[in-house]
Ligand binder design. Structure first.
Ligand code: S3P
Length: 449
């Protein structure tokens, strides 16, 4: 199992108004997919704006281990020389996906229909997360998986020598599961069909089409029926990665709760399968202007002008959960500064993320003086109004980047400083977080250098 380094305690304090421009890094989901699809195309894929967070760097390393040439030309500027669908070589060493559920699950899918064997591992957080949700459908193609009890890493996947196409109804709302099945379907003959009852992020569908695969999506009473024709020759692409709406959420939410703030966050993806947080914030009364809407890299993007706002608690519709699944931790922080109660239902998938995010947020918010109610599938935060959160606690981050960033944002507007026991996981998705927030005027520092 890979290690995770020394903990980096950090502290955030009440800050003066945040001002300026926050250029957040490239989208994590699209970055993983650009590397994997680039490795499965024939020829050179160029990528600009790639997120250089540890999760994505681990996927780049894995693609090299499967035989693709992955070249780093400069900041965000990468090239992948792919080996074609079914062209992966057998890795000579264990594939370490670090902290990344997306990385490991998508890579398992991409190799599961090629007759090679690969062993996967990850850090202490990833090794607790369920892999059965991808290895179950991959076994329908003819792949076999041998892992620890409960389908945990480390795990060896033996790719199918004579894969058959699959029809699979995804039992949990998960873009990772959907994408793993589609990537496996690439090297199966005939048509692989994936059905999702609740739509999740659609980057795989958009990008597979962009790389030349034949893929259709039909909306039926059963849900979204995605049909992929197997064994295409994927054509290399130039991918421009838009800025990550899940990373943008942190400066945006900070500006909403730090009195007097006014910031601009340019070029943020507003893909409707990803923008549930922004819809929710507007319903809560957030002053967000979506300026200059346009298309970049096949995704709708906008520049977000955000001003500190008086917010009210709301009931977040359950059916919105998939489009903001990574944003509930930071929403629960914003909800703490709203007037009234914010009710988040249909959120049980948060329990199997990098940490149990419902538990992590509930315990940390309580320690900071916020009243929280928690059920298996529900999180309710009782807002304390602007400036009303006492703070003054150290919150456990459980090797989870989004928990670490959420509590640091909480500390920017609470009465007493808020610390986290370990901010090091932030580097997995948002390596420039500290500098970017400091440039806006946020008081965030490493506690004990
Ligand atoms: C992702 C899907 C989501 C999300 C993760 C990225 C993806 O996970 O939480 O951060 O890129 O497909 P699930 O598929 O587990 O919902």
């Amino acid at each position: 199992m890979s290690g995770h380094g020394n903990p980096v305690p950090m502290t955030a304090r009440k800050s003066d108004p945040l001002k300026g421009r926050a250029e957040v890094p490239g989208d994590k989901s699209i970055s993983h997919r650009a590397l994997i699809l680039g490795a499965m195309a024939v020829g050179e894929t160029k990528i600009i704006g790639l997120l250089e967070g540890q999760d994505v760097l681990d996927t780049a390393k894995a693609m090299r281990a499967f035989g693709a040439e992955v070249v780093h030309h400069g900041p965000g500027d990468w090239a992948v020389h792919g080996v074609g669908v079914g062209g992966f070589a057998e890795p000579s060493a264990v594939i370490d996906c670090g902290n990344s559920g997306t990385g490991v699950r998508l890579i398992m899918g991409s190799m599961a229909t090629t007759p090679i064997t690969a062993t996967f591992t990850g850090d202490a957080s990833l090794s607790k997360r369920p892999m059965g949700r991808v290895t179950d459908p991959l076994s329908l193609f003819g792949a076999r998986a041998y892992g620890r009890t409960g389908g945990r890493l480390p795990m060896t996947v033996v790719g199918a020598a004579g894969p058959v196409p699959v029809r699979y109804v995804v039992p949990v709302p998960s873009a990772q599961v959907k994408s793993a099945v589609l990537l496996a379907g690439l090297n199966a003959p005939g048509q692989t069909v994936v059905i999702e009852k609740e739509p999740t992020r659609d980057h795989s569908e958009r990008m597979l089409r962009g790389f030349g695969a034949e893929l259709t999506v039909e909306k039926t009473a059963e849900g979204h029926v995605i049909t992929l024709t197997g064994q295409p020759e994927l054509k290399p692409q130039s991918v421009a990665v838009p800025r990550d709406p899940s990373s943008a959420a942190f400066p945006v939410c900070a500006a909403l709760i730090v009195e007097g703030s006014d910031i601009l966050v340019p070029g943020v993806s507003q893909n409707p399968t990803r923008n549930g947080l922004y819809t929710t914030l507007v319903e809560m009364g957030a002053e967000i202007e979506f300026q200059n809407p346009r298309e970049e890299g096949g995704e709708p993007v906008a520049d977000l002008r955000v001003r500190a706002s008086a917010l009210k608690g709301i009931e977040v519709p359950e059916e919105r959960a998939a489009s903001m699944i990574d944003e509930y931790p930071i929403l629960s922080v914003v909800a703490s500064f709203a007037e009234g109660m914010t009710v988040m239902r249909g959120v049980k998938e948060l329990r199997v993320k990098e940490s149990d995010r419902i538990d992590a947020m509930a315990r940390g918010l309580e320690a900071c003086g916020v009243t929280v109610e928690e059920e298996e599938d529900v999180l309710i935060v009782h807002g304390m109004g602007p400036g009303g959160v006492p703070g003054g606690a150290t919150c456990a981050t459980h090797i989870d980047h989004r928990i670490a960033m959420s509590f640091l944002i909480l500390g920017l507007a609470s009465q007493k400083p808020v610390s986290v026991d370990d901010g090091s996981p932030i580097a997995t998705s948002f390596p420039v977080f500290e500098d970017l927030m400091a440039d806006l005027g946020a008081q965030i520092a490493r506690s004990n250098p």
